[in-house]
Design a protein around this ligand. Structure first.
Ligand SMILES: Cc1ncc(C[n+]2csc(CCOP(=O)(O)OP(=O)(O)O)c2C)c(N)n1
Ligand SMILES: [Mg+2]
Length: 545
């Protein structure tokens, strides 16, 4: 058989249900022959974002796969792979390569050379017979260790070359590594001794599906829990021990508890320094549990550390902590939860005028608040975008179920949210999948709303249209005043309709909820919907100096 067909057979064996791609790449046709649904996007970046979400919302149990052509397709895909690398998402990328006689000859784009720094595994296949080996290596890497993209570049003439029909392919295993028992004892001791511990959960908890264990440890220690943006929804934010998630903007209770903590225990997180994550206050004792030694002592110094899968780590800690507590509760639950509740109430009271504001143009906070109180949050997967929408929604959206919020921001490409919502919908057709974005963000990837229509991926897109790059106003004062450099324009409800979807422009506060209901109903009929809310150029965020 041809090498491209061998790849498709391997994808099938690996349980891949859809191949997202953009022509020309022979694997697309070969996948269709294998009854793997092929989904064609409008540009490579969005397809990668979709594959990314498939992996994210399934804890990497399903791996998103994307294929594109050599040269332009591969060049244009760079952003999508880089975003997945930045946010540590396991995807398989299958670019074509230039024919072998001009492969790696200037000016031809080489995936092997150019994707080295945004993948954890990057291979170029020269011999047709090696295609199954390369795929085995790629799937083994993507299913194990730190989640990150892998890439196999197959030159077009190799794709067409014959490989033996009788190759044997066994799906790659998923292997877990557990922490050093002696280190676990030390950490358990430190956690039990801590007076004001805070647990900081990253997306490692999602990938290990360790939500129950996280909750058990928090309840056992009577310790409050926050998450990174990527880890958001790893702990129910309606739980009395929840501080809400980290991010650029955060809740008052999170700010207060982090600053007053004696020990911060990071589980399944990188503690990476980023604008879109809460910075750990100076002078705290940090305990760092993660899968990847690369992150230990990278941006913060860890007093103690554990290496291993988050579920195995938490399970080991639960045994040791229980052993030390000997059935006696710490006795601080009431005090801790009432302190959280008091701060939360103060914080919400401060924001309530914005969250319920009755003005036009609309307060984006009102849109978020009404959305959260209109949809079924437990059965909704929502993501933000770059720009103000992320910083507006992340502190206020309260996920109750795991993997119902896709948070991101190690790199923050405008327009990422649309593909994420579409990928989430592919993986969970039963859930309402929403992206909340601004009018600059839609400028990057908006055309792929047509993909949602054509491929029957009925997402709900919530657009905050303030006719501006509002988040840049403060840093572009002269450019705005002299040249209107932050102004942008468009009628995106009409745009959605023109592409065959449902579109509605909403400018009055009383229309927000009815419009959301109509749009959700449309998604249930299989029609993607875009609600364009005409919003103010808000510049207030829940940020603490
Ligand atoms: C690809 C890319 N280029 C540039 C940026 C920098 N950036 C972040 S937000 C933003 C403007 C956001 O405007 P909009 O989406 O309209 O949201 P608003 O702040 O107006 O609500 C820019 C230019 C980015 N995040 N991604
Ligand atoms: Mg805007």
């Amino acid at each position: 058989m041809k090498a491209a067909n061998a790849v498709a057979k391997i994808l099938k064996k690996e349980g891949v249900e859809f191949l997202i791609g953009y022509p020309v790449n022979q694997i697309i046709e070969a996948a269709a022959e294998e009854d793997i649904r092929t989904i064609i996007v409008r540009q490579e970046r969005v397809g990668l974002h979709m594959a990314d979400a498939v992996s994210r919302v399934s804890s990497g149990q399903r791996i998103g796969v994307f294929a594109m052509q050599h040269g332009p397709g591969t060049e244009n895909a760079f952003g999508g792979v880089a975003q997945a690398f930045g946010d540590s998402v396991p995807i398989v990328v299958l670019p074509g390569g230039y024919p072998r006689k001009i492969l790696n000859i200037t000016p031809n784009f080489s995936s092997l050379l150019n994707f080295q720094h945004v993948t954890k595994w990057c291979e170029q296949v020269i011999l047709p017979d090696s295609v199954p080996d390369a795929m085995r290596r790629a799937f083994t890497q993507v299913k194990n260790g730190r989640p990150r993209p892998v890439l196999v570049e197959i030159p077009v003439d190799v794709m067409r070359a014959e490989v033996p029909d009788d190759f044997v392919y066994t799906p790659a295993p998923r292997l877990r590594v557990g922490p050093d028992p002696q280190a676990v004892s030390k950490v358990a001791e430190a956690l039990v001794a801590a007076q004001r511990p805070v647990i900081y959960a990253g997306q490692g908890v999602h990938y290990a599906q360790a939500w129950k264990q996280l909750r058990a440890l928090a309840e056992l220690l009577e310790a409050p829990v926050t998450t990174s943006l990527q880890g958001k929804s790893a702990f129910p934010e309606t739980h009395p021990l929840s501080l809400g998630s980290g991010g650029r903007s955060i809740s008052k209770q999170l700010h207060h508890f982090l600053n007053n903590a004696d020990v911060i225990f990071g589980i399944g997180c990188s503690f990476t320094t980023t604008n879109y994550g809460v910075a750990m206050p100076k002078g705290k004792r940090l305990i760092h549990a993660t899968l990847d030694a690369e992150d230990i002592n990278k941006d913060v110094t860890a007093e103690l550390a554990l290496l291993g899968d988050a579920a195995l780590t938490l399970e080991a800690l639960l045994v040791e902590v229980k052993d030390r507590l000997k059935g006696k509760p710490r006795g601080r639950l009431g005090a801790v939860t009432s302190e959280i509740a008091k701060l939360k109430q103060e914080w919400l009271a401060q924001w309530m005028p914005r969250l319920t504001q009755k003005t036009a143009p609309l307060s984006p906070y009102r849109v978020i608040w009404d959305l959260m109180h209109t949809v079924d949050v437990a059965n909704t997967i929502i993501t933000h975008d770059a720009g103000s929408p992320r910083d507006q929604i992340s502190p206020f959206w309260e996920p109750t179920e795991p993997l119902t919020y896709i948070g991101w921001g190690k790199t923050t490409q405008l327009g990422y949210g649309l593909g994420l919502a579409m990928g989430a919908k592919l993986a969970h057709p039963d859930k309402l999948c929403v992206n909340f974005w601004g009018d600059a963000a839609i400028g990057f990837t908006g055309m792929d709303f047509e993909t949602a229509v054509r491929e029957r991926i009925p997402i709900l897109s919530i657009l905050s249209n303030n006719f501006s790059m509002a988040i840049e106003l403060k840093v572009m004062k002269a450019a705005t005043e002299k040249y209107r450099s932050t102004d942008i324009s468009g009628n995106y409800a009409d745009f959605a309709k023109a592409l065959g979807g449902y579109g509605e422009r909403v400018s009055q506060p009383d229309d927000i909820v009815p419009a959301i209901r109509r749009a959700v109903a449309k998604t249930r009929e299989g029609v993607p919907a875009l609600l364009e809310f005409i919003t103010e150029k808000a510049e207030d965020f829940s940020m603490f100096a």
